[in-house]
Design a protein around this ligand. Sequence first.
Ligand SMILES: *[C@@H]1O[C@H](CO)[C@@H](O)[C@H](O)[C@H]1NC(C)=O
Ligand SMILES: *[C@@H]1O[C@H](CO)[C@@H](O)[C@H](O)[C@H]1NC(C)=O
Ligand SMILES: *[C@@H]1O[C@H](CO)[C@@H](O)[C@H](O)[C@H]1NC(C)=O
Ligand SMILES: *[C@@H]1O[C@H](CO)[C@@H](O)[C@H](O)[C@H]1NC(C)=O
Ligand SMILES: *[C@@H]1O[C@H](CO)[C@@H](O)[C@H](O)[C@H]1NC(C)=O
Length: 385
Amino acid sequence: MQSRVVPLEEGKESMLPMKPSQPKAFPLRLLRLFLLFLALCIAFSIISIYTIKRFGINNAVPTVKTSLQPCLEEHHALNSWIRPPANLLHKMNDEELLWRASFVTRIKKYPFKRVPKIAFMFLAKGPLPLAPLWERFLKGHDGLYSIYIHSLPTFDAKFPPSSVFHGRHIPSQISEWGKMSMCDAERRLLANALLDISNEWFILLSESCIPLYNFSVIYHYIMKSKYSFIGSFDDHGPYGRGRYNESMAPEVNITQWRKGSQWFEINRRLAITIVEDTTYYKKFEEFCKPHCYVDEHYFPTMLTIQASHLLANRSLTWVDWSRGGAHPATFGRSDISDDFFRRIYEGQNCTYNNQPSSMCYLFGRKFAPSALDPLLHISPKVLGF
Ligand SMILES: *[C@@H]1O[C@H](CO)[C@@H](O)[C@H](O)[C@H]1NC(C)=O
Ligand SMILES: *[C@@H]1O[C@H](CO)[C@@H](O)[C@H](O)[C@H]1NC(C)=O
Ligand SMILES: *[C@@H]1O[C@H](CO)[C@@H](O)[C@H](O)[C@H]1NC(C)=O
Ligand SMILES: *[C@@H]1O[C@H](CO)[C@@H](O)[C@H](O)[C@H]1NC(C)=O
Ligand SMILES: *[C@@H]1O[C@H](CO)[C@@H](O)[C@H](O)[C@H]1NC(C)=O
């Protein structure tokens, strides 16, 4: 091989400077090379045909064809841009995923019938003990929702193929309360859900959340919201502004600092704002270290700075802090009763799109696994599904 390569390199090098002085030597050499190449090609073809005939290597040919065919078709059809990813377990790292998820279309009118969906995003440690209640809630509403689950990377989910949760885990990493890794997990959920162009609203939930109304009620409530971000703010609480670090200025000043509950509802427009952010991310990563509880501050504060007029400033997730302490109350088997829910539904008055509304909360937390059976029992009568 080497002896053949060397003259070729020589020939190439001598080509330009020698062209005028040696007009005849060059074509002759080229012709020799060409004939050699031709001979090699023919030899190779003959060998190939023999091997294919003898060892049946041609099995490989149809495989290549079938994988090539749909690939070519896909790129010529609009479908490939509309269809959600079939497999959620992509190989993108966070940087690649956030970049990909930040793509926006600029023409507002969709050239196809787009039915907006709600993305239910479960931020869980492991199993979803209340899954049967959610299955019942979602039954019959295919095409109006999608599900995404972020859990500990070591957790091995075992949902049967018939389950709405089957194959809905996204590539996950360890995330810890109060740390940036928790915000990373939430951004990862949003980014994965953004890859499906039909997802219009994104709802962050935990394994202890339950729906307080049936799917139709929740769907219409969310889709008709005038505000793009629904989540509570509490900037006057004892921990409100004390956690602000002046090194965050000028990007973040103390009047813009917000504390919010972690569980939110957000639409596509603002979800992209979260996914594309690098400016505020850096500030929070550096200056909102443990004891600052970055997951309570990062999204509420950056959204207040960038789009305060799109924030509803209230939560749709009911939670009971009345027992005091660092964590809200958890409800189990013995707590579930008609009365318990009557207190939730009739607890207070709220506004919805600037109008008074008797509906305050769409979701409730925190419910223990032991609450599942009584919840399934009373859900048709009390929760409406
Ligand atoms: C959902 O709940 C609403 C209000 O409670 C009720 O009017 C409606 O019929 C329910 N829808 C279904 C499909 O059960
Ligand atoms: C913080 O920023 C806002 C908006 O830019 C500005 O109106 C306000 O005066 C600033 N406050 C401080 C304390 O710098
Ligand atoms: C602000 O953050 C820096 C870096 O983490 C730290 O050194 C400094 O003590 C903080 N300042 C306050 C007032 O917490
Ligand atoms: C929520 O608060 C922001 C200021 O932080 C304000 O601009 C916005 O109008 C408020 N939204 C509602 C619905 O009151
Ligand atoms: C809610 O508003 C209604 C009508 O304004 C009032 O009668 C009722 O007492 C209010 N409920 C609460 C819990 O504030």
